[in-house]
Design a protein around this ligand. Structure first.
Ligand SMILES: Cc1cc2nc3c(=O)[nH]c(=O)nc-3n(C[C@H](O)[C@H](O)[C@H](O)COP(=O)(O)OP(=O)(O)OC[C@H]3O[C@@H](n4cnc5c(N)ncnc54)[C@H](O)[C@@H]3O)c2cc1C
Ligand code: SF4
Length: 521
């Protein structure tokens, strides 16, 4: 290929229309794809995440080859594999002598920094292209957010709806007259009719080979591969999206904030793994939701609730990430310093809600939004677990975790570590919220109605301790005013008992003694 372009495709850039693949000349250019140890271990990713990415990469390379595109594919077990991305690019440049290297903007700051350093060492130009598989470019988001006091998601979402003409009437007003139908999305989940099964994709020969390799190389990583069922090809991802729209989307809106024992997926779309790899593109997901509503298949509240997640939240968190990095990763506005207790990995805790979520992520590398935000995220916020280990946990346990989307959700939304960039008020809640949104409390050793007793739900005391600890920070915040008023109404002796209970809960967690079974006898 001497003189042509070496086109690097990263593990989460598996889209045929990728910017870095445009204008490709199969007679002169070569695509480079490399499985590298460093990317599997810089965080000890869930085994399902590694299998998902490597299997999807192998399938994608196969699809390019069918199109007649030359691909240099480096497997993990290649004896000459250098183990790092930079090492593989350098080796390919040495072997193939390209005239330039073309790279599509990586999804993580860490990798972007690495790519920026390549040109000097390689001796050939490195062309960095914008990743346009998003509905809002990085620069566009910056231009919108710059100078705006409180660049909130809800405002951004309206701009995106207008710009892309999604769920809009011809006169420029939102479909149905409102931008947001959350008030219609609060129905309790009563298990009848049953939730349609999620489509599970039985591993094919390629995936099975990767599974065996991952067990050998990364057997000590978190999670199990049993029941691996993620789509690993574009065709599978499209099928999964179609099944969601046809079967579960009608129930998506009204139950989206619910949690239920034995129902890890409920009515959620399970499209984040495919979107984040590039097997699906956000505009086709959004278009499918809008089409389902226009065809009368799903209510507007379901379509709007779903569109808000993809067109709104997903684009917004990416914008925040690139506008705020690298400093964003180090934010710790609430001075949270506690170590993460061992039960975050084992699930061995008497807290039924936490046990459910940890076991679910071990088995499926998945938890839905409210489980991530209001169970584990909420506990981390209230207890004051340090952002570093909390982020590492989220990056490790989920099949859809990439820093651009994980970090703002954890730093900003769950931990309020960014001091209010993502939300004016922390997502803090006592056990009553979890009780209202799930059936977990009914099966729990703790008593969700008790505040300070020995068997009281830990979330209750931790909640008031959190509010008391951060009273000075939040007292000027209008959205926190009712909470502060309730705190101030608590008799001092009661508050002291609650805070003593919180201290005991935290000490027991620290000592690894929290998992006391059947506290209520
Ligand atoms: C603490 C925390 C950590 C998270 N970490 C990740 C992560 O590592 N990777 C990830 O993709 N999502 C993350 N999310 C967002 C969200 O929880 C997942 O996208 C969603 O649960 C994926 O499941 P689903 O495809 O069934 O989503 P659905 O509930 O069906 O939603 C549809 C789609 O909307 C998008 N979406 C919804 N909410 C968000 C959000 N807050 N940010 C970005 N996209 C959103 C996703 O692409 C998702 O696939 C996190 C949320 C929280 C609160
Ligand atoms: S009682 Fe508390 S710890 Fe137990 S499930 Fe309910 S919220 Fe979780």
């Amino acid at each position: 290929m001497t003189g042509g372009a070496l086109r690097l495709v990263l593990g989460d850039q598996l889209s045929e229309g990728l910017a870095g693949l445009r204008d490709l000349d199969p007679a002169r250019d070569t695509v480079l794809m490399a499985e590298v140890e460093a990317e599997c271990t810089y965080v000890r990713h869930h085994k399902q995440k590694i299998v998902l990415v490597l299997s999807a990469m192998r399938h994608f390379a196969g699809a390019l080859a069918v199109l007649g595109i030359p691909v240099r594919y480096v497997r993990l077990d290649d004896p000459e594999n250098s183990g790092s991305l930079g090492g593989e690019v350098a080796r390919a440049v040495r072997d193939l002598r390209p005239g330039r290297v073309v790279v599509t903007h990586p999804g993580e700051w860490r990798v972007l920094e690495e790519v920026r350093g390549w040109e000097a060492g390689l001796g050939v130009p490195v062309e960095l292209r914008e990743d346009d598989r998003f509905l809002c470019a990085i620069g566009e988001f910056r231009a919108w957010a710059d100078g705006r006091d409180g660049a909130r998601m809800e405002d951004f979402y309206r701009v995106m709806r207008r710009t892309h003409g999604v769920l809009m009437e011809a006169d420029g007003t939102p479909a149905g007259g409102a931008w947001n139908y959350d008030r219609d999305n609060r129905a309790p989940f009563r298990r009848l009719p049953p939730v349609p099964q999620r489509p599970a994709f039985a591993p094919d020969a390629v995936t099975r080979a990767v599974m065996a390799e991952v067990e050998t190389r990364f057997g000590g990583h978190f999670g199990t591969l049993e029941g691996f069922g993620w789509p690993v090809t574009r065709a599978g991802a499209v099928r999964a999206l179609e099944r969601f729209v046809a079967e579960r989307m009608p129930g998506f809106g009204k139950h989206q904030d619910q949690m239920a024992s034995g129902e890890p997926f409920l009515f959620h779309a399970l499209v984040s793994t495919s979107l984040n790899l590039g097997l699906l593109l956000p505009w086709e997901v959004v278009a499918a939701a809008e089409a389902a509503w226009r065809a009368g298949h799903v209510p507007l509240a379901a379509a709007e609730g779903f569109v808000r997640q993809v067109l709104g939240w997903r684009e917004y968190v990416r914008g925040v990430y690139w506008a705020r990095m690298p400093g964003y990763a180090a934010t710790n506005a609430l001075g949270a310093e506690r170590a993460l207790p061992g039960f975050w990995w084992t699930g061995e805790t008497a807290m039924n809600c936490v046990r459910h979520v940890v076991r679910q992520v071990r088995d499926h590398a998945y938890a839905h939004h409210i489980q991530r935000l209001m169970v584990t995220g909420n506990l981390a916020l209230l207890a004051g677990f340090a952002p570093g280990p909390v982020n590492a946990w989220y990056m490790t346990v989920f099949a859809d975790a990439y820093e651009w989307v994980e970090l703002p959700n954890v730093q900003g939304m769950a931990l309020h570590a960014d001091g209010g960039v993502m939300g004016s008020k922390p997502y803090a809640a006592s056990g009553a919220y979890i009780d209202r949104m799930s059936d977990y409390c009914r099966g729990c050793a703790y008593d969700v109605r008790d505040l300070a007793g020995e068997a009281a739900c830990p979330f209750n005391a931790l909640y008031w301790d959190f509010v008391a600890r951060h009273r000075a920070r939040f007292e000027g915040n209008a959205r926190m005013a009712p909470v502060i008023r309730n705190l101030d109404r608590m008799p001092p002796a009661r508050l002291a008992a609650v805070r003593a209970r919180a201290a005991a809960v935290l000490a027991a967690m620290e000592a690894g003694e929290e998992a006391v079974p059947a506290l209520r006898g």
